[in-house]
Design a protein around this ligand. Structure first.
Ligand SMILES: Nc1ncnc2c1ncn2[C@@H]1O[C@H](COP(=O)(O)OP(=O)(O)OP(=O)(O)O)[C@@H](O)[C@H]1O
Ligand SMILES: [Mg+2]
Length: 202
């Protein structure tokens, strides 16, 4: 699939997820690091490998999420080349603002060369701490920068919440956690999904 040294197709490595209707293609990270290194010198077509690997499976799935590491390497370029839309997860921090610029430059490069129809669905601001003045300032900067580029910041933004870390450590959905604050947060993620699909289809 991604690596010319691996004979398996994507269909060979899909496993069922913990919820009905969810399938997962897990990696340990070290295999992907080897593929990333291989792609650097792979030559023509290297950006297309994930797109080509996904193509035969697309009819079987309603939505495919490609989780990217916070790095603008060949793996991310492969994901952007395969995608209809990008959902950007950011934080209200200086380095996130700089990262946003670098990501948008990469996205426009991918549009020019490999995937003209790639859209940005929107930006989720995660791990927000409303009690600090600096976070409020960076949120303003991020929102202004996003709007200046015609991008939407999804509302409400996501605060840093212990219940999110607890639920994910216990491998439970927020909708399964049982507390009312977890339920409310699950509704926010539902709203993000709706907004993402609308942005993706726009
Ligand atoms: N809003 C939040 N409040 C509290 N904890 C959070 C929040 N968002 C994420 N976390 C926790 O932070 C940890 C890392 O989250 P996640 O895996 O989504 O980050 P990531 O940026 O994708 O990391 P990586 O770069 O390792 O892929 C997880 O344990 C998750 O539960
Ligand atoms: Mg991650």
């Amino acid at each position: 699939m991604l690596s010319s040294r691996a004979p398996e197709t994507l269909a060979d490595v899909i496993v069922p997820g913990i919820w009905d209707g969810l399938s997962v293609v897990p990696t340990t990270g070290t295999e992907l690091a080897a593929v990333r290194d291989e792609l650097i010198t792979a030559g023509a077509g290297r950006e297309m490998r994930l797109r080509e690997a996904l193509a035969p499976l697309l009819a079987d799935y309603e939505l495919v999420l490609i989780d990217c590491a916070p790095s603008l390497d060949q793996l991310t370029v492969n994901a952007l080349t395969a995608a209809d839309a990008v959902l950007i997860i950011s934080q209200a921090k200086l380095y996130s603002l700089n990262g946003l610029d670098a990501l948008l430059t990469t996205i426009s490069g991918v549009r020019s060369y490999y995937n003209a129809d790639l859209r940005v669905a929107g930006i989720i601001v995660n791990l927000y701490n409303p009690r600090t003045i600096s976070a409020r300032g960076w949120l303003d900067e991020l929102t202004t920068a996003a709007h200046g580029r015609g991008l939407s910041v999804f509302e409400p933004i996501m605060n840093s919440r212990v219940v999110i870390a607890d639920a994910s450590e216990a491998a439970r959905g927020l909708d399964e956690w049982g507390s009312s604050d977890a339920r409310e947060l699950a509704d926010v993620y539902d709203a993000y999904l709706t907004a993402t699909l609308e942005g993706a289809n726009a």
